[in-house]
Design a protein around this ligand. Structure first.
Ligand code: ADP
Length: 397
């Protein structure tokens, strides 16, 4: 038995999916649904990667997640792989609040609790719930497992997850640091530990994608992370500001009369590298900086400054540092960003092997010199595989 698991990641207008054979960890099929409930024609791209392989495309109105998933499942029926062999469906859910610190079997009560958590992630959780409801309706005979982006950080020490605001207010509104990208941080730190053959590592994981976060992981346990109540805090991202003085929010409101939603949009969608340089994609940022654009150079400096700032702080908090691990789109692909950061970490004994750093590869690898006191690794993240493993572990209990 290959025990395939269907991994679903539902956004408000999109669904990403993979069917993973949990014995060989091979991806059997993957796909992307776009433009759900947008009033325009939706698209489904389905790729079969095992047996009789092929790529299939459908254009169709997709008024909701149920129609979208039904269209995907029809493609499975027509072109494979066999959906009826699926042993579980793993659902990515962004916010688990204080309720979910581990993968959970989804039932009505879990769905209701997730609905209660929606105010904490109004952009993400409602779409996740839509996807869960649709999938449970269409695939009734398999367990559905909720995997939470916050779960890996549920056990952050109190001094790390507590904000210095009125404790009653914090308790009433569940205001605390939750952290995000947890599935990636957990997977990547685990793979780095395997690569280095040590499970007692004091490790810093830099998940640098369009969204970016950094975590301190001590012997497999997360002890700090940069995202907070929402995924807006921390590092400079593609379009998100990361840390700013919270006073800026009230200032914008007073000076410009902006309401909460306007400020949210500004800080989430128009800030970060986009606000600083006019570019979201790090490749464009680097190209502009290389061609001498001063504004972009400053933007890049801000990005690296913030990253190095966190690395220094996290090493101090852990009382040591054995490894720094880079992952996600920028972390895996940009030798320049890795070099710019590592150049400033000589204090900790970081010594980058420039040739290894510049070599392109899709494999987990060490890019520091043999003498480097701190190992530097690049580990491709694979959230889908991590979710499939977690779902399998839960249903096998
Ligand atoms: P997310 O999952 O947060 O959307 P990803 O982890 O897929 O993001 O990362 C996407 C980002 O990775 C792109 O916006 C781009 O900035 C960056 N990226 C991808 N390839 C390269 C590259 N070769 N060099 C620099 N940056 C890259």
């Amino acid at each position: 038995m290959s025990k395939p698991i269907l991994v679903l990641n539902c956004g408000s207008s999109s669904i990403k999916y993979q069917m993973i054979d949990t014995e060989t960890e091979e991806v059997l099929a993957k796909g992307l649904v776009q433009r759900i409930a947008t009033g325009t024609t939706g698209t489904v791209d389905h790729e079969v990667l095992s047996g009789e392989t092929g790529e299939f495309h459908v254009d169709q109105d997709l008024p909701n997640h149920e129609v979208a998933l039904a269209t995907v499942f029809k493609l499975f029926d027509e072109h494979g792989p066999d959906l009826s062999a699926t042993v579980a469906v793993a659902h990515r859910t962004v916010h688990g609040g204080e309720k979910f610190s581990a993968p959970v079997l989804i039932d009505e009560e879990v769905v209701n609790t997730m609905k209660d958590l929606s105010p904490l992630a109004p952009l993400h959780n409602p779409a996740g719930i839509e996807g869960i409801n649709a999938a449970r309706k269409l695939l009734t005979d398999v367990p559905h497992v909720g995997i939470f982006d916050t779960a890996f950080f549920a056990d952050l020490p109190a001094e790390a997850h507590t904000y210095a605001i009125d404790t009653e207010l914090a308790k009433k509104l569940q205001i605390r640091k939750y952290g995000f990208h947890g599935t990636s941080h957990q997977f990547v730190s685990g793979e780095a530990a395997k690569l280095l053959g040590r499970d007692d590592l004091k490790q810093i994981v830099c998940h640098l994608g369009n969204g970016a976060s950094i975590s301190a992981v001590d012997a497999g346990h997360a002890v700090e992370t940069s995202m907070g109540l929402t995924p807006l805090a921390g590092l400079v991202m593609g379009t998100r500001s990361g840390d700013i003085d919270p006073g800026v929010v009230a200032y914008l409101s007073r000076e410009l009369g902006w309401d909460a939603q306007r400020i949210d949009t500004e800080l989430n969608k128009k800030s970060g590298m986009l606000g600083l340089t006019g570019h979201t994609d790090m490749r464009d940022v680097q190209e502009a900086a290389d061609s001498g654009d001063e504004r972009t150079k400053v933007g890049l400096d801000v990005y690296i400054h913030r990253l190095v700032f966190y690395i220094g702080a996290y090493a101090t908090l852990m009382g040591g540092l054995d490894a720094i691990t880079f992952t996600a789109g920028v972390g895996e692909n940009s030798a320049e960003i890795r070099e710019m950061a590592c150049e400033r970490l000589g204090l900790f004994g970081v010594e980058l092997d420039k040739e290894a750093n510049a070599t392109r590869s899709k494999s987990p690898r060490v890019i520091s010199t043999p003498n480097s006191k701190v190992k530097v690794c690049v580990i491709p993240t694979n959230e889908e595989l991590a979710m499939a493993r977690q779902a399998l572990a839960l249903i096998s209990k």
